[in-house]
Design a protein around this ligand. Structure first.
Ligand SMILES: NC(=O)c1ccc[n+]([C@@H]2O[C@H](COP(=O)([O-])OP(=O)(O)OC[C@H]3O[C@@H](n4cnc5c(N)ncnc54)[C@H](OP(=O)(O)O)[C@@H]3O)[C@@H](O)[C@H]2O)c1
Length: 259
């Protein structure tokens, strides 16, 4: 049977999602698998949230366990999966992050921890972009969404490393949009305010800090609630779609009306 170009594209293209076992990453993975997309899911330590997906969507799904700060390993594992599957990655959703979980003011922060958080967020973003760009450039097509945060414009008391790194991510996407436009690669940052997530994996003290922070924030949000995963998904789907051929280098805030 001759496969038409549109069928071929559907069959072979793939989305790469980082932080795929995370709250947002695992929800997006499920939704894109239900839309019959091929997914390359990058996880770090845990894969607990992906277990049911692995059983249901075997053919459309590959999981890579890797620390994003290790570029050689990332490059090797990604190339291997692309070679084995014959998939052509054409979209990236980068959600992986490491938070300032010490919740201390900068003056009291351990310099080593500050460095680790910036490293994971910023160098991690650099590494995944460096590894996927060759695939996108080869096909002269690519769409990228990086996850920032509303803290890129309001800062985050007791979270200076995270807020600094997230602001850096938004600026990487502005820069890359200009550098890669000639290769038909489009990149944007999605910056949510508080998201309703499962926080059971956090320590008791960090959970308490988040709860107090979010309760205070919600008072100032005109729509009076945190973002749901679907609030994020709609925008991301559009930014990654063929319909988006002109919006690039932007940062989109999803904050229920809070500036
Ligand atoms: N949740 C919110 O309220 C909120 C608000 C604003 C912005 N955001 C942003 O939205 C995005 C998604 O948030 P989320 O709540 O879904 O995050 P999450 O649940 O904490 O997921 C983050 C993921 O990143 C992975 N990760 C951590 N270090 C890594 C490393 N070195 N290499 C590879 N992966 C690593 C973690 O894997 P392991 O757990 O296995 O280490 C985890 O699965 C993030 O970029 C976050 O900054 C979230």
């Amino acid at each position: 049977m001759i496969v038409s170009e549109s069928q071929w594209q559907k069959k072979n293209k793939a989305i790469i999602i980082t932080g795929a076992n995370g709250n947002v990453g695992s929800y997006f993975a499920r939704k894109f698998l239900e839309s019959d997309e091929n997914l390359i899911l990058l996880i770090h330590k845990s894969e607990q949230r992906l277990q049911s997906l692995q059983q249901k969507f075997t053919g459309n799904l590959r999981i890579i366990k890797v620390d994003l700060t290790d570029i050689s390993l990332l490059q090797n594992k990604l190339s291997k999966v692309v070679e084995e599957t014959g998939w052509q990655p054409d979209r990236l959703i980068h959600t992986a992050t490491k938070r300032s979980h010490d919740f201390k003011p900068l003056a009291d922060t351990d310099p080593e921890l500050w460095k680790q958080i910036v490293l994971m967020n910023l160098v991690g973003a650099f590494n995944i972009l460096k590894c996927v760009l060759p695939f996108f450039r080869k096909n002269e097509y690519g769409k990228i969404v990086l996850f920032g945060s509303n803290v890129t414009r309001i800062g985050l008391p007791k979270g200076s490393a995270y807020s600094a790194a997230k602001a850096g991510i938004a600026n990487i996407s502005r820069t890359l949009a200009a550098e890669e436009a000639k290769n038909n690669i489009i990149i944007n940052t999605v910056s949510p305010g508080p998201i309703k997530i499962d926080d059971s994996q956090f320590s008791e003290s960090y959970r308490k800090f988040r709860e107090e922070y979010y309760n205070e924030k919600i008072r100032d949000i005109p729509l009076k609630r945190c973002a749901s995963f679907d609030d994020l998904l709609g925008l991301c789907k559009f930014l990654l779609s063929k319909e988006n051929s002109y919006i690039t280098g932007e940062e989109f805030f999803i904050t229920g009306g809070k500036i």
